[in-house]
Design a protein around this ligand. Structure first.
Ligand SMILES: Nc1ncnc2c1ncn2[C@@H]1O[C@H](COP(=O)(O)OP(=O)(O)OP(=O)(O)O)[C@@H](O)[C@H]1O
Length: 475
């Protein structure tokens, strides 16, 4: 088997030699070019496992080479060497399609990590474990034009280290998209860690992200790794990134830029090789405008933007989604089918909770269904019920909230009313709404604490609040 071949493009003799020696020691064959013209000549003759180019060359910019390689049908990873402190250059190169970058002065350990990661992309699927190369089907269901375009973007983005910012409404599939990018990348064999930034108490954030040394603070009985260490070699997803407090944003920016983290109580930093994917259902650019989110972190995270459309904008996918979900919901041997008009009814609904809500609607409907056949009457769609509701307790509770004074009506007995409810789903929803409101009022609308009180996850609470249209009082 021949060694992978690497093309180094740099006109600075010292740096070029350093790169050559390091790559040869890694067992690679190296060609060197001093100009864009020479590089193009090499590229016309050989296939490379990686191209490593300086940004500034005597006859042009390394960026031109990035664009040319990306425009060609060869999918060779190309990385750039950027001048010290020029974070903008790195971002521009990544946006143009560079696989990754190394900053000058080149730290050889970082270079080796980057080279290995690039070469895994061209390695056979069995070695890299990549879903893409192994031809594994996407877990993202959907054949609509937007979903197909999303899948193509995922395939392309999986071949780079560029930070990606995923936007989309709650429940639209942002985490699934992030997992898919990871599964199709050269990092697939390493961990994917998703962190809900809004669910971590501020005081614990630094310890959770960066870890701590034994004795670093009262209660630090043992050394612990943080999320960055846990995701080393893989992907770290920062979910609900807009919820990060400003102080933490500074520390995170540093860690992302330097690719190094320092545990609390440690004297030195450790290198970490982590791809960052962030997600939010908020408008991050607006958060920057209002001073809630740092501009520098924003431009660092937002190198590539990926938007996941809400379900109501891709209702063409409803049929395949329902089919896929029913197949999963119906356990082995159990029937799960749709009665007449069910799909039509679903397609008139706006799904504010997106695909997650569709999953919940189907799960609930299947529990009510006779012989596993879901009928229109088994679907309890929020919009459909609102008109029928007489004057539920829930409305009495919601009114003062809108006026800005959180109050809760006398709690309904959870053990059940004296008379049987005439509509069980409605009744249960009212009970649920009331209990959630009590927990929220008790915690001054701190959703993390309210979720803890109720023994559910932050995500679950957020989803239920959205489903039941519970809003934080203004002011
Ligand atoms: N295209 C899809 N095909 C199949 N399942 C999907 C699809 N999109 C989303 N789902 C499912 O819907 C649920 C919600 O998706 P996910 O958690 O990725 O959404 P999200 O946008 O990250 O939500 P949140 O903003 O609340 O964190 C998951 O169970 C996921 O598997």
């Amino acid at each position: 088997m021949t060694s992978p071949r690497v093309l180094v493009v740099d006109d600075e003799a010292d740096l070029r030699e350093l790169l050559e020696i390091t790559l040869v020691r890694m067992g690679l064959d190296v060609d060197s070019a001093e100009t864009l013209r020479e590089a193009r000549a090499f590229l016309a003759q050989n296939d490379y496992g990686l191209i490593l180019t300086d940004m500034r060359l005597p006859d042009g910019l390394g960026l031109e080479l990035v664009q040319e390689v990306n425009a060609s049908n060869k999918s060779t990873p190309i990385a750039v060497v950027t001048a010290y402190g020029s974070a903008e250059n790195a971002v521009v190169a990544l946006k143009a399609g560079a696989f990754d970058y190394v900053s000058k002065p080149v730290v050889l350990d970082d270079l080796r990590v980057m080279v290995q990661s690039a070469l895994r992309l061209s390695a056979p699927a069995t070695h890299s474990g990549r879903a893409a190369a192994a031809g594994t089907a996407s877990r993202l269901i959907g054949e609509s034009a937007v979903m197909q375009s999303l899948r193509n973007q995922i395939e392309r983005l999986a071949r780079s280290m560029a930070p990606i910012a995923i936007t989309g409404e709650s429940g639209s599939g942002k985490e699934l998209v992030a997992r898919e990018i990871h599964a199709r990348s050269s990092r697939a064999g390493k961990p994917f860690i998703a962190v809900n930034c809004g669910a971590i108490p501020e005081a614990l954030m630094e310890a959770e992200f960066f870890g701590y040394r034994k004795g670093a603070f009262t209660g630090a009985a043992d050394e612990r790794d943080g999320f960055f260490h846990a995701a080393n070699g893989g992907t770290l997803m920062l979910d609900e990134v807009a919820d990060l407090p400003l102080a933490m944003q500074v520390k995170l920016l540093r860690a992302i830029q330097e690719r190094r983290v320092r545990k609390i109580g440690a004297t030195s930093e450790e290198p970490v090789d982590v791809r960052i994917i962030s997600a939010t259902h908020q408008n991050l650019a607006q958060c920057v405008e209002t001073g809630k989110f740092r501009q520098d972190l924003f431009s660092r995270l937002n190198v590539i933007e990926l938007s996941v459309p809400p379900l109501r904008e891709r209702l063409d996918d409803l049929g395949v989604l329902v089919h896929g979900m029913l197949a999963r919901l119906a356990g082995a041997g159990q029937q799960a089918a749709l009665g007449p008009q069910v799909l039509e009814t679903l397609s008139t609904y706006s799904f504010p909770g997106n695909v997650r809500e569709l999953e919940n609607v189907l799960e609930r409907a299947l529990a009510f269904a006779n012989d596993g056949v879901i009928e229109v009457g088994d679907l309890s769609l929020k919009g459909a019920r609102v008109a029928e509701r007489p004057a539920p307790v829930a409305e009495a509770v919601a009114a003062p909230l809108q006026a800005g004074a959180p109050q809760v009506a006398a709690p309904m007995s959870v053990s059940g009313p004296a008379e049987l409810p005439s509509n069980l789903p409605d009744y249960l929803e009212q009970v649920e709404r009331e209990i959630i409101l009590r927990a929220l009022t008790q915690t001054q609308f701190n959703r993390t604490q309210a979720a803890l009180l109720l023994g559910i996850s932050f995500r679950q609470l957020r989803y239920q609040m959205q489903k039941l249209d519970i809003q934080e009082p203004e002011g």
